[in-house]
Design a protein around this ligand. Sequence first.
Ligand code: NAD
Ligand code: SER
Length: 315
Amino acid sequence: MKKILVIGSAGQIGTELTPALRNIYGSGNVIASDLNPDVNPILKEGRFICFDALDREKMYSLVKENNIDTIYNLVAILSATGEANPQMSIKVNLGALNNVLEVSRELGCSVFTPSSIGAFGESTPFDNTPQDTIQRPSTIYGVTKVAGELLCDYYATRFGVDTRGVRYPGIISNVQLPGGGTTDYAVEIFYEAIKNMKYTCNLGAGTFLDMMYMPDAIKAAIDLMEADPTKLKHRNAFNVTAMSFDPEIIAAEIKKHLPEFSMDYDVDSGKQKIANSWPNSMDDSVAREEWGWKPDYNLAKMTEDMLKVLKEKLK
Ligand code: NAD
Ligand code: SER
């Protein structure tokens, strides 16, 4: 059985990925960790360790002492927060990954590290964005993501480390709120629809972005880590997507369930600039071909489930 360490487990993705991993591999085989000690109690249903991923010695001893063979590295400063503090973004995003790769090289671990739609920029084709294309992002987040993709490829070819990863789109979920990204509006809109029946959107009409519901994000991570390595030609940074919409389209979908719901706009120019530089919709056919990626949720199915879960959670 795999022995797994999830680093950065207290964030939007880790809070749901960790229990999913524990269900599959056994609670005793999955250690959760984060810099933040104040985490969702679900993470403490198994072992939880508070530590700084920038501390390589601590990471090394944790991995060695617990015979860890697989690391899910979820540590990151997301796009909007990164623009407010580029130095922190470089230090955290690349520092944590560098430590994970070095420890994995020394101790023989497999590594999952997500990249993002943020790894693309204005010179990338916006529609049907290919797997292999121009990557000149204009955000520091994107710069760290491209560097991370390259570092993971380098450790695989140069040192034989089993690195794997996907380019996630905006992730929509209902357990842990998102942590400072540009796509956060697509989560907030559901909370505000349930709480206030109205929402003020910080991205403008016509801003199309790729999105995905959390169950598919978890499935992508686990399926890729279970995939037959001989079938993987890319290994890292697979485009994966489930849907593409703009604020008008998601608002209209919510209105089908909540006819009283209304939305207006107060555009955040910083976030809009970031969103304008990202793809409208990615081509994920390479992930489909190499490891059988296929999402379960489209916009209609995701909206129905989000509203059902949040009605219960927020009542
Ligand atoms: P998040 O911001 O919600 O969580 C990141 C976690 O990392 C936080 O719990 C934070 O406390 C922790 N962390 C920060 N610095 C740390 C350090 N030095 N040591 C240990 N822990 C530290 O992020 P997320 O949304 O869960 O994203 C996880 C990964 O997926 C990131 O690589 C992100 O870039 C990528 N991704 C996320 C999305 C999305 O929409 N959520 C989309 C594309 C890619
Ligand atoms: N959701 C992330 C962000 O907006 C995309 O990587 O930063």
